[in-house]
Ligand binder design. Structure first.
Ligand SMILES: NC(=O)c1ccc[n+]([C@@H]2O[C@H](COP(=O)([O-])OP(=O)(O)OC[C@H]3O[C@@H](n4cnc5c(N)ncnc54)[C@H](OP(=O)(O)O)[C@@H]3O)[C@@H](O)[C@H]2O)c1
Length: 228
């Protein structure tokens, strides 16, 4: 029997790529994807029951309140989902690997080219909640936090990634404001999933930065997508 890994947030942009890519990049694992329809993760009693029933050997936690504006509009919900729920699931997973997807938004972005050793200094609710969640997760030395970057990909309803947002706007003839002095190192969701599968297989714990090799301004990203 294969070991079982729970992946949360599988109706979201990145979570679905873990499910789709498992046969190729994680053939040694039985993947059990959980979307909100399967389980509201903020219901701690229900989550505990699911963990007891599924008896996972590892967890990849993708579910989150992931949109910056939504977090600013509802800081309480952001804290509940991003910090408290993540902390609770990490405690439920105390004896197994737990990989938490965090964000480069734990930094204020003024310096750039951040290393894992740089001091985080988030400037928005989303970044603050992700940083606090990391601290809860990394209390367990066997657990892992991976700070990922702006992620490209196609979602179930075409409404999750920046690629989808930009393409939809252009197709509808809407103007898009793109900055020449805001830089990102984007990655496709499939590459993120593949790298995290590798971290899981290597039993890699601790804090990791996972970003694309190329630094692009929002303007350059828009130019690239426009041609495509
Ligand atoms: N996408 C990026 O560019 C990016 C960049 C850096 C870090 N990250 C991090 O990477 C992770 C995955 O991001 P993503 O882009 O895949 O986000 P996403 O598309 O927003 O997916 C998150 C998923 O979490 C689910 N969820 C939220 N609250 C829940 C709850 N109470 N119970 C169960 N499920 C719940 C959402 O369900 P619904 O579908 O029902 O809303 C959604 O499917 C997140 O931790 C995010 O912070 C993403």
């Amino acid at each position: 029997m294969k070991p079982r890994v729970i992946v949360t947030g599988t109706a979201g942009l990145i979570g679905q790529y873990f499910v789709k890519s498992a046969a190729r990049w994680a053939p040694g694992w039985e993947v059990c994807g959980l979307s909100r329809a399967d389980l509201d993760l903020t219901d701690q009693a229900a989550a505990e029951q699911v963990w007891q029933r599924l008896k996972p050997n590892a967890v990849i936690h993708c579910a989150a309140l992931s949109r910056t504006a939504e977090c600013e509009g509802n800081p309480q919900l952001a804290r509940c989902m991003n910090v408290d729920t993540t902390g609770y699931l990490a405690r439920l997973s105390r004896d197994i690997p737990f990989i938490f997807l965090s964000s480069g938004e734990v930094f204020n972005g003024k310096a750039g080219w951040y290393q894992e050793t740089d001091e985080p200094n988030p400037i928005n609710i989303y970044g603050k909640t992700k940083l606090e969640a990391e601290q809860r997760v990394l209390e367990n030395p066997a657990h892992t936090a991976v700070r990922i970057v702006l992620t490209a990909g196609a979602s179930q309803y075409g409404d999750r990634s920046f690629v989808e947002d930009m393409c939809r706007s252009v197709k509808n003839g809407k103007k898009v404001t793109l900055y020449v002095d805001e830089f990102r190192c984007p990655l496709p969701a499939g590459a993120i999933a593949r790298s995290v599968w590798e971290l899981l297989d290597q039993g890699a714990s601790g804090l990791y930065h996972l970003g694309g090799r190329e630094r692009l301004s929002r303007w350059e990203i828009g130019q690239a997508l426009l041609r495509w």
